[in-house]
Design a binder for this molecule. Sequence first.
Ligand code: MG
Length: 330
Amino acid sequence: MEGEVGGSNGVWGGGESLLILGAVRARDSSSLGKEVVEHFVPRHGFLVCVDSDGCVFDTMGIKQRECFIPWTIAHFGLQPVAQAARECKEFADLFSNTRGANRHVTLKRVLAELLPTHPSVKSRAFQVPQLRYYFAWVEASVGDLSHEGLKKAIAQAPNEQARREFEQVLAWSERVNWAVREIVKGVPPFPYARHSLERLAGVADVVVVSQTPMEALQREWDEQGIRTYAALICGQEMGTKSQVVALTARHYSPERVLVIGDAWGDLEAAKENHVLFYPIVPGREEQSWKELYEQGLSRFLSGTYAGAYEAEQIALLQRALPDRPPWEAR
Ligand SMILES: [Mg+2]
């Protein structure tokens, strides 16, 4: 999941890579990010690209339930339908095909699509605020749904209403970042995630592929003492997940590259690059990691992962992340 907007520099697990940090530090953060990935040098014959939020760390639930949801209710006046707002936000961000998507994509989905059609919102005839200038910005700004993008939109707002909408969303987003910094700390990796990383040490290069800002990734992997297992950590500054997988996977044969993730975006990054995928299934993360540790990794390392076994695992993810909410069937 994308967590907070911000962050800065690239991070290497390996010692000698730090030498090139000084050389590229002076450039802007986007070119720095891409350069870091382009300079990646493999050490082993296998590559494992692993997502962080909701995959290695059990942080998705706490971020949504304790940070995003209360402040979404507060900032958009959803108190009269708070329970429905909670259900919609949990569906959009945790238990549907948009799990792990950018926060603006899911906020728009909640306000424009899910909440207005929720049964208790309809029965109470509650009018969900429709931020039409903001919704149009979300649709038009796919690659730039960030604080910087919002500030640009505020500066270029065509009228007072548009400016108010963008300011309202920026205030919400900043408040959420504050809440995440205050609340989301000390969350350990899922059981068997650490064991799996240990098992891969010395056999495979592990690259963290995440849409979370670098600053948060670095803090979380350091805090839990698992950064040494990563050859490279890539946050939202380094590009999309698919781009990072492409740039690192080009050094290996495709059947020796495994992407591990908990959302559709992770699966798509694997499929777009024609490499293997293993899901950490939302709601059964511990079982997923145990299965990977006990079965999946040996299959991957012995070349028997592709085929029926992989398809079976992917089907579990597809079942866990439907595209329509459960209340539509009620
Ligand atoms: Mg994730």
